[in-house]
Structure formats: C-alpha cells, structure tokens
Design a protein around this ligand. Sequence first.
Ligand SMILES: NC(=O)c1ccc[n+]([C@@H]2O[C@H](COP(=O)([O-])OP(=O)(O)OC[C@H]3O[C@@H](n4cnc5c(N)ncnc54)[C@H](O)[C@@H]3O)[C@@H](O)[C@H]2O)c1
Length: 269
Amino acid sequence: MSNGTSEGRGRLAVVTGGASGIGAATCEVLRVRGWEVVIADIDTAAAQRAAAQYSGHCVTMDVADQASIARAAAEIEARHGAVYGLVNCAALFAPQTPPEHLDIESWDRITGTNLRGTYICNVEFGKRMAGRGQGAIVNMSSIGGHRPNHGHAYTTSKAAIITLTQGMAGEWGRSGVRVNSITPGFVGVPRVLAAIELGKRYPVPPGSLSALGRLVEPAEVAESIAFLLSDRASGITGTDLAVDAGVLATSGWVVHGGVPGARAPAADA
Ligand SMILES: NC(=O)c1ccc[n+]([C@@H]2O[C@H](COP(=O)([O-])OP(=O)(O)OC[C@H]3O[C@@H](n4cnc5c(N)ncnc54)[C@H](O)[C@@H]3O)[C@@H](O)[C@H]2O)c1
C-alpha cells in the first residue's frame, strides 16, 4: 500500500474534461499524489492553461466523436506511455426543456457527450488496460442520476452511467481493471457558483438541502476520485460512491421542513 506523494508511482492518468471544475481539481490532486496527468478536453486553450498550472500534459479530444477519442487514446500512449488511470469528467449540462417541447437535438447532444462519450472512452482506454492486465477507471454520475429533475437528458445519462460502470467492472475485473463511479452532490465549481449568484436556476440554496448544510468542494470530489484510482481501493469495483454532503441521504426530510438545523423546531419537540 502506498499513500501521499508516492501513491501514483509515476503512473499515467487521463482526465477527460480536466480543463475545468472537478476535472481540474482532480488533475491537481493526482499530481500531488505522484501521478503523471494528461488532460483530454474539447477546450484546447483552457486545457493548456490547466496543464501548465498542474505540470501536466494535454490533448484536444471531443468525447462526442468516436474518431477523436480513438485518435487521442493512441496519441497519448505513443507520446506518454501506458495509461493506468482514466477519469471521465467531460460533460454537457442540461437546458431544462419541458418534454412537451421535444428538443431531440439537445437530447442527442447531451446523451451523446455524457453517456455515449463515457462509454466510448471506457472502451478505447479500458481495452488497452485490459490487454496489459491493469488499470482503473472512474466515471462521473450525479445526484440527478439518483433523484431526477427536469434536466431529463442529463439525469437519464447520469443514471445510465451507474449501470454502465457495473457492466464494465464485470467485463474487465478478471483482466485487472477496476471501474467505479462517483456521484457528486452540488459542487462549488465556477459554473455552479455563478448559477447560485444569478439566483435563477436554484430557487433554494443547494447547499441547504444537504446533511452537512453546505456545497461540496471540488477538492473533496477529487480526493475520492484519487482514492478510487489508487491501490488503496484495490478491492473496490462496480461501486458508486456519493460525495454529496449527504444530499441523497436527507432528500426525504424535505417534506418535513429539512434536517435538524435547517428548520424551525417542531411544535411537539
Ligand atoms: N459540479 C457539480 O455540481 C456536479 C454535480 C454532479 C455531477 N457532476 C459531474 O462532474 C463532472 C464535472 O463537472 P464540472 O461541474 O466540473 O463541469 P465543468 O463544466 O466545470 O467542466 C466540464 C469540462 O468538460 C469539457 N467538455 C465538455 N464537452 C466536452 C467534450 N465533448 N469533449 C471533451 N471535453 C468536453 C469542458 O470543456 C470542461 O472543461 C461532470 O461529469 C458532471 O456531470 C458535477
């Protein structure tokens, strides 16, 4: 078992969507823990900035395009060597269209990036890991994948990622590849903080819905991702780990005014 800076042992991890938010925080944590990191993102300029900040490398990759993923996987291995870890953070977020106003193009765009893209990345990188007999993959689900909201394409794709993760874990477990997913809650990435500031998307402050009464920090999600990639999680595969400050655990309290501390004391208390 290893920990701290020796945990990664110089092994190579690819982080899709690593140019911002949780992906960028993951690159930072992985570097600190001794991994080599390649950011694979559609936003080349942001990926270059993040790679410079976290002393990593980057490639331009569009997870909605199978050929782009295949090209990037081959290019990364040719330039940097065998990929041991894969973190699939790249995602699009949902415009919340009422289903009566069927917007099938945005359904295809969101599921094509979030679900199909995650599947193809699993296959392109996972098959190489399985061929070598070692590797670990972390896919990103969401609390929306457990408790749906009106972002139907997004939440459906995030629910399916949990099933996909179990399927890939079954496929490659005997080949030395572990596959797990993470369910983040409301995470304080710039995109979410800006939406809270604008006040439109979240009529209720999202942190107030959690057991801990706050948002999750990007670094807290990144630490759990690093754990699942590492040898410390050697017995864990096919699991979904919630890093949600307890939102899933406490969602049933909403009709009772929220968890203690979030509501006025009941009259009969
Ligand atoms: N932030 C949250 O509160 C939250 C909550 C639940 C789940 N998640 C999940 O965590 C992951 C990261 O979320 P985030 O909030 O850090 O997002 P973010 O918007 O900060 O980052 C997403 C990254 O994905 C990249 N990307 C988008 N489309 C791409 C494509 N086609 N190919 C390659 N890269 C692409 C973007 O350029 C960006 O760098 C996502 O999978 C998201 O669903 C986030």
